[in-house]
Design a protein around this ligand. Structure first.
Ligand SMILES: *[C@@H]1O[C@H](CO)[C@@H](O)[C@H](O)[C@H]1NC(C)=O
Length: 241
């Protein structure tokens, strides 16, 4: 290709970007990471080596109402677990028609007297939560350096927003079960539960790192690692310098 034709085609390709700034942005990622490979296939080592930012598309002619629908979100979920809550997330896996739409939703059940959706973040979504039943104390913490707690008690009909990426929680402070539904601004919001990610990582984080970071006695770190991961970390080194 001549230099002239190359410049011409490059200009033609870039023109739409210059005239509509929004399309010059990368799309938001819908997965935690994508380690680049040169070619798909990879000798059959990985059965499905191609990670797309979303999913492959069904022939639109074959799309039907059920692709855009889900039933049963009215059914209470069991909260008989250590934290006393249960999140039922509806994303593109449950509703194929959600793919590429940039939204998902969840039902959250809370046990009476302290059922907790523990501190967590959604790396890819802002959340808007509507309380249907019960009384929830909710909050989120702003980023460094302020780390300000924004918190409120919510009753049925109350709505609260948890901004993207910020640590947030809900706890049932009533004596009856509580139920909320949430909308999330990603088809794959992701969730990082702080305690599980920090103390229950696989493999475990070196206890010296956690003892120093959280200003804890190392025996407490061992205890927390047992609680959340079942195994106690050694990490790639024995003792921190
Ligand atoms: C959530 O509820 C469903 C249905 O009741 C149950 O099968 C599941 O184990 C529950 N999950 C947790 C974490 O308790």
């Amino acid at each position: 290709m001549s230099a002239y034709r190359f410049l011409l085609s490059a200009f033609t390709l870039l023109l739409p970007l210059a005239s509509s700034p929004a399309s010059a942005y990368d799309p938001s990622p819908l997965q935690d990471f994508c380690v680049a490979i040169n070619e798909p296939g990879n000798g059959g080592i990985f059965p499905n080596p191609v990670f797309v930012n979303g999913k492959f598309c069904k022939d639109p002619k074959l799309a039907a109402a059920n692709d855009f629908s889900f039933s049963g979100l009215n059914i209470p979920r069991s909260t008989a677990n250590r934290v006393g809550s249960n999140v039922t997330l509806l994303n593109a896996d449950q509703i194929p028609g959600l793919n590429t739409m940039g939204i998902s939703m969840a039902r959250i059940d809370y046990a009476p007297n302290g059922g907790l959706n523990p501190p967590h973040t959604h790396p890819r979504a802002t959340e808007i939560l509507l309380v249907l039943e019960g009384t929830l104390a909710v909050g989120f913490v702003t980023s460094n350096p302020d780390n300000r707690l924004i918190t409120k008690v919510l009753y049925p009909g109350d709505v609260f927003v948890f901004p993207i990426g910020l640590i947030h929680f809900q706890v049932n402070i009533g004596q009856a079960s509580a139920v909320a539904v949430a909308g999330l601004s990603s088809q794959n919001p992701g969730a990082i539960t702080i305690a599980n990610a920090v103390f229950g990582s696989n493999p475990p984080i070196n206890p010296d790192v956690l003892a120093k970071a959280f200003q804890l006695d190392k025996n407490i770190v061992y205890y927390l690692q047992k609680q959340f991961g079942g195994s106690v970390g050694q990490g790639p080194w024995d003792d921190m310098p």
